[in-house]
Write a protein that binds this ligand. Structure first.
Ligand code: HEM
Length: 371
């Protein structure tokens, strides 16, 4: 019989005997069963399953982006899988509300039986951070220990290997660096953009100077802010300024990739740039959701254990809240919006470039094919 069509039973296919028998209450083992421990275990297990799905999607996304040429179809798959990760993260955030139906007192019934277990020891969570490209120099440590020390030797090796391999962040950076169109025939994106940005700033300066509704002091404050913005533009957009920003840890994305990402953001309405734009937007969405999850988790922890130290030995809430700011990954992509200029001020693209960025339709006319 053809193996592909052998009958499958729901319970067997889903290995329910394993999954449904994998909740062992510690409180039950010590003879003091706590009602809410089942919820606590199930919520954690479900998280781990979603982590598994995220890793599965991330690995396939990275495999595609590592290819020397990323076709339009493959890019579509990358974008839809990134979108799936966004939705999983939404679920992860809302699961915190579910866990919060357990009160601090309910949690105290079994918390002491969990030592020293902690989400800090989630191997898959660390894998996601590393695969996405969390900058190791940004990691907050506690007790002066490397986060990898929580794991077995084999897992540590795997994390080290991943840390030394290109992350999603690296794959996107390299993919961006290969973006064509920044210099196309006579068109020089950087030059055209700088001139447009300069004109925009001049117009704003003029508007402030002419405004009759604001007093002299306010005008000076606004002019100073405008000057800072001008400096920021020239810093990020000159190769030398960019290099200094990178050295000071204020920017991470390479100069070439930064310009390509800016080009994609500004000309996102061009058909060929819509998918690349959605990809970049998705990275910011994922980062934002992960940050939201960290924040919600930290709030829940404060609600559950107040100022107590964590079962994993950290300062608890104080440690977690620091990770909210510091463990962001795609910050440069979010910060690109500082460099946006209104559509009306965008330098127009030359017709040949506009055509190259468009889809090409072919119509069959009188038996012949015309473009
Ligand atoms: C009552 C519920 C929870 C409490 C009180 C709690 C508490 C904590 C604390 C205090 C830490 C810091 C490390 C430590 O000292 O242990 C931590 C880390 C962590 N927890 Fe939770 N947690 C809870 C639920 C969850 C859930 C449902 C997950 C889902 C997997 C989770 C995942 C994590 C992760 C991934 C970390 C490491 C975060 C990082 O280092 O950036 N926690 N948790």
């Amino acid at each position: 019989m053809d193996k592909r069509f052998a009958s499958v039973h729901y319970a067997h296919y889903l290995q329910l005997d394993k999954i449904l028998n994998a909740q062992h209450l510690r409180s039950g083992e010590v003879g003091e069963p706590a009602h809410d421990e089942l919820l606590f275990i199930i919520v954690h297990q479900v998280y781990e399953l979603w982590f598994k799905q995220i890793i599965h999607d991330l690995e396939s996304i990275m495999e595609i982006l590592r290819r020397p040429i990323v076709s339009e179809e493959a890019l579509g798959r990358v974008v839809s899988r990134l979108r799936r990760i966004e939705v999983i993260l939404d679920l992860m955030i809302s699961q915190i509300t579910l866990l919060e139906t357990m009160t601090a007192l309910d949690f105290l019934e079994f918390r002491n039986y969990l030592l020293p277990a902690s989400g800090f020891q989630s191997f898959q969570f660390r894998k996601i951070e590393v695969l996405l490209g969390l900058d190791p120099s940004q990691r907050i440590t506690y007790q002066g220990k490397d986060y990898k020390e929580s794991f077995t030797e084999e897992q540590q090796q795997e994390l080290r290997r991943l840390e030394q391999s290109p992350s999603l962040w690296d794959c996107v950076e390299r993919w961006l660096e290969r973006t064509p169109f920044l210099e196309f025939a006579d068109f020089r994106f950087l030059q055209a953009y700088k001139e447009a940005a300069k004109r925009m700033i001049e117009e704003e300066r003029e508007a402030i100077l002419q405004a009759s509704a604001i007093d002299e002091e306010q005008k000076q404050i606004r002019l100073q802010m405008l000057e800072q913005m001008e400096q920021y533009f020239s810093l990020v957009l000159s190769e030398e300024g960019h290099r200094r920003m990178v050295e000071q840890g204020r920017w991470r994305l390479s100069y070439k990739a930064t310009l390509a990402a800016l080009f994609i953001h500004l000309y996102r309405d061009e058909p060929m740039l819509q998918m690349p734009y959605r990809l970049l937007a998705s990275l910011v969405e994922i980062d934002e959701r992960l940050t939201l999850w960290r924040y919600r988790h930290a709030q829940m922890v404060r609600r559950m254990i107040g100022k107590k130290i964590g079962t994993g030995g950290s300062s608890g809430y104080d440690y977690l809240i620091q990770t909210v700011e510091r463990h962001t990954i795609f910050l440069d992509f979010a910060n690109l919006t500082t460099l946006m200029i209104p559509r009306s001020a965008l330098p127009p693209l030359p017709p040949a470039l506009k055509k190259a960025l468009n889809y090409h339709f072919y119509a069959i006319k009188d038996g012949g094919v015309s473009a």
